[in-house]
Design a protein around this ligand. Sequence first.
Ligand code: FO1
Length: 327
Amino acid sequence: MRIVVLAGGIGGARFLRGLKRAAPDADITVIGNTGDDIHLFGLKVCPDLDTVMYTLGGGINEEQGWGRADETFHLKEELAAYGVGPEWFGLGDRDFATHIVRTQMLGAGYPLSAVTEALCDRWKPGVRLIPMSDDRVETHVAVTLPDSGSTPDSGERRAIHFQEYWVRLRASVPAEAIVPVGAEQAKPAPGVLEAIAAADVVLFPPSNPVVSIGTILAVPGIREAIAEAGVPVVGLSPIVGDAPVRGMADKVLAAVGVESSAAAVAEHYGSGLLDGWLVDTVDAGSAERVESAGIRCRAVPLMMTDLDATAQMAREALALAQEVRGA
Ligand code: FO1
């Protein structure tokens, strides 16, 4: 079975671990979000690609869900001693090596997709990980900075990098707009459209529907390829009981005018894209609303508490795909 998964960071990576357990013989292609990518200290950092690679390759910091296990921060401390920041973004020494190799290869002319493949040669994630695009796409968030009076730009309306919004501001101010800068001109990376066309099923894990999966779908050609592939497309709600399972998805949903509920996220994707949608058992009451939007819906436990529970979620997603295929 050929499975294509659109993935963001932590939620996508953990789901993939369960999917590999549930379908050990499947050929899994992961299309990774690169809208979170950021250039720091002259290096290209790809948080979502790295989170998938480290999680599936056994190198992730399990408690955080991002960055490397057994990490140290000497380099960051040395940079700070020179007054070189940003201090709010935690890049560890082991993680730095990945960004140095990536930046070196990009500088030598390799596209990001080839670089990602080379990095995965080390981590052997057991899936084919492809960035959504080799072109630069950077998610920016329009905010009005808090009027603290303490910084010169406080009270101003500005577009800031997604990482600044997420990590420095902790999504503490309303996101007024989310803009995947560069997406309109971006092309899907080599292998993306081919994998979708050859897939037996496409899955949307419980990743952020706006800044993760939404950004991937914003690359011209990807949404269309999925809609036209003629294979079941099944998603898992990242919202359980009107709140994100983790992260701050509700903040960015508000920016695109979508309420924070399992049913509203399904409607946001729409029946033109989604065939099936899994909601948590606590949201069983919203199944009817999803079905009346033309999307087959089942209520099953959706908390990724451990690998067994996550594998069961993946099995439910594949079963729903089978069901809609037979419909
Ligand atoms: N998340 C944080 O909350 N704080 C950090 O300092 C931080 C650093 C970081 C470094 C490398 C990396 O791959 C991920 C990192 N993340 C950090 C996670 C990341 O900001 C986001 O969770 C994702 O971009 C959203 O998917």
